[in-house]
Design a binder for this molecule. Structure first.
Ligand code: TRP
Length: 446
């Protein structure tokens, strides 16, 4: 059977940008940036994005396109013993997807909640009660997961690409409307300052700077969807005419812009009602609902906001699912629908544990972490750095930079820039940084 393809490079760009733009931009970035020195964090983030994000993105796309295979077989094609790099990615994708879909379920719930009314009583308490229930969050999680399974069942260009082409522009429009509104709120400048003002009180020692670098690198990896072979898989559906180098610049810029816009939409709202920003579910499901309660047209903005978050989450989740599905199709020759359904069932089941972590299983911990925290830890702190590290070695040494450059230039068709820097980054700088940060973050954990 002929391998599927994107209908155009633009289709790929939207799908890859859709993969990148997700919960990472909306609920992690504004808070992490603001609470780690504002502008100081942004500068570090920008440097790491250019220095690590772009080369790794480029490598993943090139490995995918040159082999036209899923992440595991693509790595194997480069070196028969190195399939494990893709394997770590596919496993990581499954793990991320399992908890991502639980959060996606919450987003769906909140979308409908505001469409038909509003949370009653205190918004923060409402979320604590809702997430601690046993059945309801799991049902929303199943709903979100099935939407992803359905989209992926339709295939690369008819499913993933079509949905990305629809959802991404809608997301941008909704976000811009929210930013404009947020800027008119009293006290909005405080939010802008939180994000952009270089706050030196967070950076008083070398250790603080180290913490900022560790956090910024984790954020670059997660936000750009790097290290899990997602972009190997997406790259494998590209044809030889696509300009990979240009793609590797456009996607990070777009991802960064969305993250900044998210900060400009969310932070002014939070400050305008005299609250302090937090990360994660506290921001999206507790602080913001409180804001929506107090502002004009709050309900309408809430519906718009949760629709936007839903679009962002779906286009990321389908990229994770496709990494797994592509492997099952290539290797086991399963039909796409079967592969999507069975991998769907697997991540849904795994997600039950994460969902229950907020209620029934909240006391069940292992080394102090709940099931949900373990999933996040395993994917973000273990599999992602391992995937990233070995990808650098695989591409930088085993495949070799000349082969990489041949692929990136489409056999000499495109002129390449900064090839010496790329070589240095892949062979020395990136593996070194990832290894150091891996050890530091593990040490901090235990
Ligand atoms: N980048 C997405 C976000 O910001 C999440 C994501 C999608 C991801 N695919 C990935 C993270 C692959 C790591 C690896 O929310």
């Amino acid at each position: 059977m002929k391998r599927e393809q994107w209908s155009s490079n633009l289709g790929f760009l939207l799908a890859a940008a859709g993969s990148a733009v997700g919960l990472g931009n909306l609920w992690k970035f504004p808070y992490i940036a603001g609470s780690n020195g504002g502008a100081i964090f942004l500068v570090v983030y920008l440097i790491l994005l250019a220095l690590l994000g772009v080369p790794l993105l480029l490598s993943e796309m090139a490995v995918g396109r040159s082999t036209h295979k899923n992440a595991i077989d693509a790595c194997k094609a480069i070196h028969p013993k190195w399939g494990f790099v893709g394997g770590a990615g596919v496993l990581g994708a499954l793990i991320i997807l399992s908890y991502y879909s639980v959060i996606g379920g919450w987003v769906l719930k909140y979308f409908f909640l505001y469409l038909f009314g509003a949370p009653d009583g205190d918004a923060a308490a409402y979320f604590d009660q809702f997430s601690a229930r046993t059945a309801e969050p799991i049902l929303w999680h199943i709903g979100f997961g099935l939407i992803c399974v359905l989209i992926v069942s339709f295939g690369v260009s008819k499913g993933i690409e079509r949905v990305s082409k629809l959802f991404l522009p809608m997301l941008v429009v909704a976000l811009v409307i929210l930013v404009i509104y947020a800027m008119t709120l009293p006290g909005s400048m405080q939010g802008v300052k939180f994000l952009f003002f270089p706050d030196r009180t967070h950076v008083t020692s070398i250790g603080d700077l180290g913490t900022i670098i560790v956090r910024a690198m984790g954020q670059v990896f997660f936000s750009m969807s790097i290290g899990m072979g997602t972009l190997i898989t997406y790259g494998s559906y590209l044809d030889k005419n696509a300009n990979l180098q240009k793609n590797a610049i456009v996607i990070p810029i777009f991802d960064l812009l969305i993250a900044l816009l998210a900060g400009l939409a969310i932070l002014p709202c939070v400050f305008s009602v005299g609250m302090e920003p937090t990360a994660g579910s506290g921001l999206l499901f507790q602080a913001l609902p409180h804001v929506f309660e107090t502002m004009h047209f709050g309900r309408a903005f809430a519906v718009l906001f949760f629709a936007l978050v839903f679009f962002a989450a779906v286009t990321s989740a389908i990229s994770l699912l496709e990494s797994i599905v592509a492997f099952l199709i290539d290797r086991l020759h399963w039909k796409r629908q079967t592969a999507a359904l069975l991998s769907g069932a697997t991540f849904l089941l795994l997600g039950f544990g994460s969902s229950l972590s907020f209620g029934l299983w909240s006391d069940r911990t292992f080394l102090g972490l709940r099931f949900f925290d373990w999933m996040v830890f395993l994917s973000d702190n273990v599999l992602m750095p391992i995937g990233g590290f070995f990808l650098c070695i695989l591409v930088g040494y085993l495949w070799g930079v000349p082969n990489l450059l041949r692929e990136v230039s489409s056999g000499g068709r495109y002129h390449l820039h900064a090839t010496r820097t790329l070589r240095f980054v892949l062979r020395v700088l990136a593996p070194l940084m990832i290894a150091v940060i891996f050890v530091v973050s593990l040490a901090a954990m235990f």
